[in-house]
Unconditional design. Structure first.
Length: 607
């Protein structure tokens, strides 16, 4: 009898242990909620959830936040780069980006039905690509691809049980990633949950202007190592879903705009021309749409994050074309409005563009203090005279910004002349010489050194710097643009307490949050000093010692800094429509190179 009781006791303990394990397993998935199925009410890390199943996470997010929005951009990954801020401005709406991983148009249709049936919807922008005609997820989906049961009509009990008892490594991975969450997007944190857009902030500060097209292709091999093409097997299903979305919007009075998104030309060429033409012909018969699939822009990979994903700035160009906004650059052949009468756009008649029509080579010269020990006034005059005689025209950062954003032309041989630190010699020696030769220059000043001849609070003598008031007077004169060299991020070994900060980089052991607070605070202090005299916030910056990082670039972009320069020698390539080519630009250190005027112009000419 005792043996029998012991056996039942062990069975009870085993059952209790099993029940405890199951309860723990279930609670882990319920509380951590790695796919956002249960509303992620504890951690609230929606970006992670969307990165691992955008379909479930975005549905749950909108259930909590849909009252904030009245318009949606919807589609596969091609929709991910649309800026909701830009969409809001053009459509006068409040957009959410419903880019979904995968390209099955059935999913998009089901989402559209839910949006129109349950929320207020004024505008729906539908993004379509050829990939939509080759994608069909099927019914037996992985847990990372499943649709919400509310949308596809599947069993709610089976749906929630599946996610309650999902493999524990999904929840554990989310907990592990919490400790490494960063401002810089990663594979596990790729969405901006508040807007729904894919977070490309790291890609939008890539220094693609500091290298050549060949450099870009080398660092992005997906443009040259294209996978084998697959047939467009699901054309009819895709077109049927688009037709259903059209009918849904017409019945509900929703403004529907259909857009065929740009793809890299070599990527498009992988597919059968006959199948592609049939697909877009069918699309034109179903609904009018804007076709951006193929243009001269599609021939340049720098306009794309990957062969099937256009850059966010290209999204702005698309909206400018749709709304006929002439203030934003776009190629002349970019965007065709297609209808049943006109038929699809001619996708294959796109020749390799003449890159001189939309790119410009730009040298940037870097000077500091003007003296016999560095670069003398005589040498500077020799340089300016040689540049002028060789046909170079000095430009400003504002000129460069107008070129990349609006397409306004630059002179044939532009040169950007820069001075770092804000030395008094720039005013007393440099400005008169610039006036003599009609040259413009940018001076990047150190905020805490303005008007001083001693180093910070140490009392140590240093080369005198001009004052903030003098900076304002110089800029008002029209030849000088004042930029930031930081307020106090220019630490010097032997003068500042150890450990010093290396330029604008994080200190060893400094948390990301502390670093972000430091950099934002430094920008605020600089603007506190300079905004009253300049009448604007600092929006251009030279990195101390030329050192920069992706994190620093992202943070500075958030502070409104649109152009940065380093000390890396080399030319720069500006690209119309890509403002990021003004980031982390190269500069020639004229003092270190010790050049004559003739040698300088020979260098710039590539001789």
């Amino acid at each position: 009898m005792r043996a029998k009781r012991n056996r039942f006791s062990w069975l009870g303990l085993a059952a209790a242990a099993l029940a405890a394990c199951l309860a723990g397993w279930m609670l882990l998935n319920l509380i951590v909620d790695p796919f956002g199925v249960f509303g992620d009410r504890v951690l609230g890390w929606w970006s992670y959830d969307m990165s691992f199943n955008s379909r479930t996470a975005k549905f749950s997010y909108l259930e909590q936040h849909h009252e904030e929005f009245d318009s949606y951009v919807i589609g596969g990954p091609s929709a991910g780069a649309w800026s909701t801020e830009t969409l809001d401005r053009y459509f006068d709406g409040h957009f959410y980006n419903l880019a979904l991983s995968g390209n099955d148009m059935r999913d998009v249709e089901q989402y559209a039905r839910w949006l129109v049936g349950h929320y207020e919807v004024k505008n729906l922008v539908l993004s379509v690509t050829v990939d939509n005609a080759r994608a069909h997820a099927g019914d037996d989906r992985a847990i990372t691809e499943a649709m919400p049961c509310q949308l596809d009509g599947s069993s709610s009990l089976a749906y929630y049980i599946r996610y309650l008892f999902a493999k524990s490594h999904y929840g554990l991975n989310k907990l592990m990633c919490l400790g490494s969450d960063s401002i810089v997007p990663s594979f596990s944190d790729r969405f901006d949950a508040a807007t729904g857009a894919i977070d490309y902030s790291d890609r939008d500060v890539e220094a693609i202007g500091a290298g050549s097209l060949e450099d870009y292709l080398e660092s992005n091999p997906e443009f040259t190592d294209l996978p084998a093409s697959t047939p467009l097997l699901w054309q009819q299903e895709c077109i049927s879903s688009v037709a259903a979305i059209r009918d849904l919007c017409e019945e509900a009075g929703v403004n529907l705009v259909v857009v065929a998104a740009p793809v890299y030309y070599d990527y498009l060429s992988r597919f059968s021309r006959k199948e592609v033409e049939e697909f877009f012909s069918a699309l034109a018969r179903v609904t009018p749409y804007w076709d951006f699939t193929s243009s001269s822009l599609s021939r340049d990979p720098r306009y794309f994050y990957d062969p099937a994903s256009f850059r966010s700035h290209v999204g702005e160009m698309m909206l400018a074309r749709i709304f006929d906004d002439g203030s934003v650059y776009r190629p002349r052949d970019f965007g065709v409005y297609c209808t049943a009468d006109s038929g699809p756009a001619r996708l294959w008649d796109v020749e390799e563009p003449d890159r001189t029509g939309y790119t410009m080579e730009l040298p940037i010269l870097m000077y500091h203090h003007l003296s016999e020990e560095t670069v003398s006034g005589d040498t500077l005059e020799e340089h300016l005279a040689a540049l002028s005689e060789a046909g170079y025209t000095s430009v400003t950062l504002a000129d460069l910004r107008s070129y990349v954003e609006q397409g306004r032309e630059l002179p044939d041989r532009p040169v950007l002349i820069t001075f770092d630190d804000g030395y008094l010699s720039n005013l007393e020696i440099g400005l008169p010489l610039l006036e003599k030769y009609g040259m413009k220059a940018t001076i990047y000043v150190i905020g805490c050194s303005m008007g001083k001849d001693t180093y910070k609070d140490t009392g140590e003598p240093m080369t005198p710097h001009f004052t903030a008031e003098q900076a304002g007077e110089m800029e008002a004169g029209g030849l000088i643009t004042i930029g930031s060299h930081g307020y106090d991020i220019h630490e010097v070994k032997g003068r500042d307490p150890e450990p010093i900060r290396h330029g604008v980089l994080q200190k060893e052991g400094e948390s990301e949050a502390d670093y972000a607070a430091f950099l934002q605070g430094d920008c605020a202090r600089f603007n506190e000093v300079m905004e009253p005299v300049l009448g604007r916030r600092a929006d251009i910056l030279a990195y101390p010692y030329g050192q920069c990082s992706v994190l620093g670039e992202i943070l500075l972009a958030r502070e409104g800094v649109y152009a940065t320069v380093t000390t890396t020698p080399g030319m720069n390539t500006l690209v119309k429509g890509l403002p990021q080519t003004l980031r982390a630009m190269n500069r020639y250190d004229v003092e270190a190179m010790d050049l004559t005027g003739e040698e300088l112009t020979a260098l710039l000419a590539g001789e």
